[in-house]
Write a protein that binds this ligand. Structure first.
Ligand code: SAH
Ligand code: SF4
Length: 404
């Protein structure tokens, strides 16, 4: 979500004739797009802003913008008091109106918004935001507070954005939202939106992130079964393998529900790769609960998992972590080791199979299941080809060459 917001901000600057630079010394403007999902992210953003004092001293005419979720949480007043050299603060709820901050600083712009240029993934991948905010209100999560309740973008607007990005050279689209599969605008459901997007000319592959286990409807599995351009990969955050913890987290599903959903989706799309997010050390998580998370890694067969230590995001005392930092680190280490071991197994299972690869260069691409894959030669960038997987190394599959 933040990457997509940063893309839009960069596009607004490009429209005014600016270009991206990696060298802060050369920059005429700096935008710090902040995250606050965990305290560490917020702390990192704050120290980054602090370090920009020097840049501003050397370049007083340079403009510093602080935007995003931590900006929303901390507020303009607080940030400008603490860092008087900040020119503009734009919180996450107003981030679509970033243009207003630009007008404030530079006056109105004339040119057209420039074509998409992905700075985070490959240039052939484009993000398309389909909803903003979240109304789920998981107990540990600050997103609904800083991004506001769920609101869905109209399908016509989404399809216009998607068409423009495809016309500018994107081959793969990633539909984005916090509970992306809860999409509903008028009569258009998530599956209908997927169908409409899949029909756009120039699209080679469609992904979406992040779905929530509760919101898949009956029509999704048949769609996945029939639409080969719909990626054989889901990033489906589980958060915990313990029913007790899931309930405390207010996720709204049980472990059995989650695993059953995977079974149904894998029956529709054999070989479906699934990655996930886990939180360790949620208040009240016992060793027994944690072991259930560990065993779920194996049982669900996750290809990858982002694992986080619980970070209290509210001032409520009952939400404070109740195991020590050392215990939390120890659980995280054990979980990471289980995930790594399992990822290897899942990767090795692909050896001997044929994968559909969207090539980014002659020798590198990504499979539909989102595994990185290398061949010696023969890939045509921007096109999908079948590859027989002959081996696996670290996190990457190897293939001999492209099949006819
Ligand atoms: N909307 C997505 C997740 C968005 S936040 C979903 O519901 O799945 C991204 C991830 O950050 C979450 O999946 C969760 O694992 C992690 N996260 C959120 N709040 C956290 C907290 N307070 N402490 C630790 N991790 C957290
Ligand atoms: Fe946060 Fe995701 Fe839960 Fe929404 S669904 S509250 S974004 S973890």
């Amino acid at each position: 979500m933040n990457e997509a917001d940063s893309e839009n901000i960069a596009a607004a600057f490009r429209r005014r004739g600016y270009a991206l630079t990696d060298e802060i010394k050369k920059a005429d403007a700096v935008v710090v797009n902040t995250c606050t999902v965990r305290q560490r992210a917020e702390d990192k953003a704050i120290s980054q802003i602090g370090r920009l004092r020097l840049w501003k001293e050397k370049k007083p005419e340079g403009k510093l913008f602080v935007v995003g979720c931590a900006a929303q949480k901390l507020g303009e007043k607080h940030l400008k008091n603490r860092f008087p050299f900040v020119d503009e603060v734009v919180g996450a709820k107003a981030i679509e109106n970033f243009e207003e901050a630009l007008i404030n600083q530079y006056g109105a712009a004339e040119g057209e918004t420039s074509a998409h240029q992905n700075m985070f993934r490959s240039p052939q991948t484009a993000y398309v935001t389909i909803m903003r905010g979240c109304s789920h209100k998981c107990s540990y999560c600050i997103v609904p507070a800083v991004r506001g309740p769920a609101s869905f973008i109209a399908p016509e607007e989404i399809l216009k954005d998607a068409r423009e990005k495809l016309a500018a050279g994107a081959k793969e689209l990633v539909l984005l939202g916090q509970t992306v599969n809860a999409y509903q605008s008028g009569k258009t459901t998530f599956s209908e939106l997927l169908k409409k997007t899949l029909a756009l000319p120039g699209l080679e592959r469609l992904r979406f992130m992040s779905p929530h286990p509760l919101y898949f409807k009956e029509d999704f599995a048949p769609l996945l079964a029939g639409e080969k351009k719909l990626a054989r990969h889901l990033h489906l955050p589980a958060q915990s393998g313990s029913d007790r913890v899931l309930k405390l987290m207010r996720r709204g599903y049980t472990r059995a529900f989650y695993l059953d959903l995977l079974k149904k989706l894998r029956a529709a799309a054999p070989g479906l790769a699934v990655s996930t997010d886990f939180i360790v050390g949620y208040p009240g998580e016992t060793e027994k609960d944690f072991k259930e998370t560990l065993s779920m890694v194996d049982e669900a067969g996750f290809s990858m998992a982002y694992c986080f230590k619980y970070s209290p995001r509210t001032d409520k005392p009952e939400m404070a972590a109740d195991i020590s930092e050392a215990e939390m680190s120890e659980r995280l280490e054990r979980l990471l080791a289980a995930v790594k071991k399992n990822s290897r197994v899942i990767l090795n299972e692909r050896i001997g199979k044929i994968e559909e690869v969207l090539f980014e260069s002659e020798t590198y691409g990504r499979t539909s299941g989102n595994f990185a894959l290398r061949v010696k030669a023969g890939g045509i960038p921007g096109t999908v080809a079948a590859v027989l997987v002959t081996g696996a190394e670290k996190n990457t599959l190897n293939g001999k060459g492209v099949l006819a």
